[in-house]
Design a binder for this molecule. Structure first.
Ligand SMILES: Cc1cc2nc3c(=O)[nH]c(=O)nc-3n(C[C@H](O)[C@H](O)[C@H](O)COP(=O)(O)OP(=O)(O)OC[C@H]3O[C@@H](n4cnc5c(N)ncnc54)[C@H](O)[C@@H]3O)c2cc1C
Length: 498
């Protein structure tokens, strides 16, 4: 048997794709005692799951589109995640200002928020309506002309990449073999039934045959038509872009829900440390998920929308620290406005027995995973057991102590990588030794958010970061240079504006 542990044994379940969906499925299945393997072509959360608005939310805007079931499920899941991952999912207050003539006026907003509150069954903090003075007290930098009032309501925020990685770690803790930088290249068949996959490992160049009784395709918006024929081919997706700017430039104190004056869509200004994230756009796209990035039109839309609420900011493109985009996996792509397309998920089993999952949200990943694993147990001919994931805490809370210990043991590891940001060499060492990071992008984009939070996206400290982790990853000088180049190309692709 090879070092990866993927060859030479029969798995009950092979999950292809290590976004939040795949990692959630692997964790659930491993906890129910199944023998599980998961392969991810790049890093966990390198796809859509690392490019979201980082909200764990009921999705107040879906009420407008009558998606009551989705809102109900999302609110329930929000409460569950606040309970099982308090270190990763935190309550967040949103101010929603209302202006004269707004598409959503005070009465409509108040009714929507009441429904939102009632759907939480009293388990959430109650919203409050605000007059214009109270709204400005909460957010003094807002445009005051035409402001008639507003409301404050409560949802939650997370670190999307870390939530995904926590699920991968939890799956591994419960016995799953989870392999990042491992691409599924083909499906193995026996009498037309899928019985496994061939996979190729990015850094060793080696290949494996993974035998499994059931396969779940959790590859999101990746077009895996070649792998799975028609069932794995993606429909067009909806692209969402974000920008981040220094928080002091906007001057927001908390999170805001706004209606873009350009097209009437709901958007957010979200606090993220010393920065504010403004997002998102919502447009149909045929771009490939590996190459998707913000366009000039995307960033101009976000700047103009933010400026209309915070006119004193006079934001320009020069204020942008980073811009990035992702593609929403939608179970169906109807004609018309993508914002109105359902965010519900769909689960389909094809003729070869592969279970495909599309759609869904970060927020609902856990319940979606539970539903898929119910299907897997059925396909295996096993009794359906109840999913235990709503009560067992996710790992990750110990991270801060682990990093502090590393810093205590070696003072050099407590030096900041970039002045003003909280990341040190210890974060990198911890990422490699405890969180399955294998590349500089894994470390600087997802184990930390340094690449999002610096104007050069971490390129200036990449060589230093490589020196810190080289002994752990067995990198010689040539490999270090190659990894720095690879990182520069990754961030150039991800954070380009064009
Ligand atoms: C702009 C934007 C904002 C959003 N904001 C929110 C939000 O605030 N809250 C919320 O709840 N939801 C949000 N969403 C939705 C949420 O991000 C997605 O629903 C979720 O991340 C999808 O996860 P996934 O695992 O299905 O897909 P992905 O994260 O894309 O994972 C699929 C994985 O499959 C891998 N893969 C593909 N092909 C192969 C192969 N052949 N072999 C191995 N691996 C492969 C890819 O590398 C990828 O990592 C947002 C989405 C977008 C685009």
């Amino acid at each position: 048997m090879r070092m990866t542990g993927l060859s030479g044994q029969d798995f009950d379940l092979l999950v292809i794709g290590g976004g939040i969906t795949g990692c959630g499925v692997a964790r659930d299945a491993a906890m129910r005692g199944l023998k599980v393997a998961l392969v991810e072509r790049d890093d966990f959360a390198s796809g859509t799951s690392g490019r979201s608005s980082r909200l764990v939310h009921g999705g107040i805007r879906y009420l407008e589109h009558g998606q009551l079931h989705l809102v109900y499920e999302s609110i329930r899941e929000r409460q569950t995640l606040l309970r099982i991952a308090p270190h990763l999912v935190k309550p967040l207050a949103f101010t929603w200002p209302i202006y004269r003539g707004a598409r959503v006026g005070r009465v409509r907003l108040s009714a929507g928020l009441l429904a939102y509150y009632l759907m939480a069954g009293g388990r959430s903090r109650r919203h409050s309506n605000l007059n214009s003075r109270e709204t400005l007290e909460r957010e003094p930098s807002l445009e005051s002309t035409g402001l008639t009032g507003g409301a404050v309501y409560y949802d939650a925020s997370t670190d999307d990449a870390r939530l995904t990685i926590a699920n991968a770690l939890a799956a591994r803790h419960d016995g799953a073999i989870v392999a990042s930088h491992t691409l599924a290249t083909g499906i193995l068949h026996s009498r037309e039934k899928a019985v496994g996959a061939t996979v190729s490992h990015r850094y060793s160049g080696e290949t494996d045959e993974v035998r499994s009784r059931v396969i779940v395709n959790a590859t999101g918006v990746w077009d895996n038509g070649l792998l799975f024929n028609k069932a794995g081919r993606r429909d067009r997706g909806s692209k969402g872009a974000h920008i981040s700017v220094p928080r002091e430039r906007i001057g927001n104190r908390d999170a805001l829900t706004l209606i873009s004056p350009i097209d009437g869509r709901v958007m957010f200004c979200l606090p993220a440390g010393t920065q504010t994230i403004v997002g998102t756009t919502d447009n149909w796209t045929d771009e490939s998920p590996e190459a998707v990035h913000a366009s000039v039109a995307d960033v101009d839309y976000l700047l103009r929308s933010a400026n209309s609420y915070f006119p004193r900011a006079e934001l320009t493109r020069a204020d942008i620290v980073s811009a990035w985009a992702g593609i929403r996996p939608l179970a169906s792509a109807p004609e018309g406005n993508p914002s109105a397309a359902s965010r519900e998920h769909s689960i389909v089993t094809d003729n070869s027995g592969v279970i495909h999952i599309t759609g869904g949200k970060l927020t609902t990943y856990r319940s979606m995973a539970a539903e898929i694993v119910d299907r897997v147990q059925e396909a295996l001919g096993r009794k359906r057991e109840r999913s235990p994931t709503d009560s067992v805490v996710l790992p990750g809370a110990e991270r801060a102590n682990g990093i502090a210990r590393l810093q205590r043991d070696d003072a050099r590891l407590s030096e900041l990588l970039v002045p003003g940001l909280p990341y040190t060499g210890a974060h990198l060492v911890y990422g490699v030794s405890e969180e399955m990071a294998k590349s500089l992008s894994d470390l600087l984009i997802r184990r930390t958010h340094l690449a999002f939070e610096t104007r050069d996206h971490g390129v200036g400290i990449a060589a230093r970061a490589a020196d810190i982790v080289a002994p752990l990853l067995g990198w010689d000088d040539q490999t270090k240079s190659a990894r720095v180049r690879e990182f520069s190309q990754d961030v150039e692709r991800m954070f380009a504006i064009s």
